[in-house]
Design a binder for this molecule. Structure first.
Ligand SMILES: Nc1nc2c(ncn2[C@@H]2O[C@H](COP(=O)(O)OP(=O)(O)OP(=O)(O)O)[C@@H](O)[C@H]2O)c(=O)[nH]1
Ligand SMILES: [Mg+2]
Length: 368
């Protein structure tokens, strides 16, 4: 899963990336100057259930689920409208599953703000508009040529493109009224039709308020004010943390972190906050494969069936799927180990269509 960190210039995107990924993940540069190249980091998803499973199996290898973060260069207001977003930036953005918009809430005279003042709500709206404008230019470009193409086609091909045109006209109206595409409800057919466009304003979005060190521990209500309401009205998740302080903490040795967090009044590290928010935003859940070789967490979307989950591991397992032996993490923990849970009838045999639940420990039976 890939998450794109976006925002206006110098709002703390790279700082936030460093805070979330810690000193250990690879970060290309941290200059405080505008980054032309995107920065990447891979973060493992902390999960106490997996820690318990690892204690039980003492496997040779423990593989946590991971989230890939990419921090792109700052977007200047008006860039999208001018068609000024660099191709590299657009490519980076189009590949992600979700967008995290870092909004500057901290005030620091030594770090100039591109608009000259701190206004979190204005910045949230500005960037939303950039996404909308970027999509609008894609839609307009396509619509300007689509009628010619329709004239050249016949039969089902023709009606397919006609459907695409009608959908794009609908999108265009929505975008013209400055609304993001993620607000539109689409059916499966429509989703399929426009999948290739990878519209930016259609991607799930969440907001991070990057607050000042001096405001750690204050209520988000108080700090984020109108932005809170704006986000709530749009059902957009919003979290706050101080990127700078958390970056410094993340770069400490693990045994020193707790003390500094306590001194600063930070209860939940930003990494945990962000990952939890992204999981719920994308409706993700985790299942586990367990054994003496490896205890591994896998990320899937809600409503994934057992065969689909098997396919995450290997296409052969999905193709040769016979059944899944499933025990819920809670039941496994309650009874102490797999065999004890089995004796109590807690290990179920499920078929292809079983909807995998969060925390399921699964052993897939398959034949190739
Ligand atoms: N005081 C304070 N400064 C911060 C905070 N977060 C970031 N900064 C400072 O803001 C400056 C810009 O931070 P970056 O993380 O490089 O910002 P960016 O959004 O990646 O910037 P570009 O890549 O240039 O768009 C740096 O000097 C940071 O130290 C914060 O929470 N408090
Ligand atoms: Mg940066």
């Amino acid at each position: 899963m890939k998450v794109g960190i976006i925002g206006l210039p110098s709002v703390g995107k790279t700082t936030v990336l460093n805070a979330i990924s810690g000193g250990s993940a690879e970060v290309h540069s941290y200059s405080g100057k505008s980054d032309a190249e995107p920065n990447f980091a891979v973060v493992s998803v902390p999960d106490s259930r997996q820690d318990w499973l690892s204690d039980l199996y003492k496997p040779k290898k423990v593989s946590y689920a991971t989230v890939e973060l990419v921090d792109v260069a700052g977007m200047n207001p008006g860039q999208a409208k001018e068609g000024d977003l660099s191709p590299q930036m657009l490519t980076s953005l189009r590949q992600v599953d979700a967008l995290v918009h870092v909004i500057r809430v901290f005030d620091d005279p030594s770090v100039p703000h591109p608009s000259g003042s701190i206004d979190a709500l204005r910045d949230a709206e500005t960037l939303e508009l950039e996404l909308i404008l970027a999509d609008m230019s894609v839609v307009e470009k396509r619509l300007s040529k689509i009628d010619q193409e329709i004239q050249r086609k016949k039969g089902t091909e023709k009606s397919k493109i006609e459907m695409e045109r009608d959908l794009l006209v609908r999108f265009n109206e929505h975008l013209q009224s400055e609304k993001p595409l993620r607000e539109l409800e689409l059916d499966d057919e429509e989703e399929k039709t426009i999948k290739g466009y990878t519209f930016l304003s259609q991607k799930p979005l969440m907001l991070i308020g990057n607050i000042a060190e001096s405001n750690i521990g204050k209520s988000e209500e108080e700090l984020l004010g109108q932005l809170n309401k704006w986000a709530a009205d749009r059902k957009t998740p919003l979290i706050a943390f101080c990127g700078k302080a958390e970056m410094e903490i993340a770069q400490l040795a693990p045994d020193e972190r707790a003390e500094f967090m306590e001194a600063l009044g930070i209860t939940t590290p930003s990494r945990d906050k962000l990952i939890r928010a992204v999981y719920s935003l994308l409706r993700l859940l985790a299942f586990f494969t367990v054994g003496e070789d490896e205890v591994k967490a896998w990320t899937i979307t809600r409503d994934t069936i057992a065969q689909g989950a098997a396919g995450k591991i290997h296409t052969d397992i999905a193709r040769g799927f016979i059944r899944a032996e499933v025990v819920a993490y809670d039941a496994l923990r309650e009874h102490g180990n797999w065999n004890a849970a089995k004796d109590k009838g807690q290990v179920r045999l499920e078929g292809k269509e079983y909807k995998v639940q969060d925390g399921d420990c699964i052993n897939f039976r398959f034949a190739v």
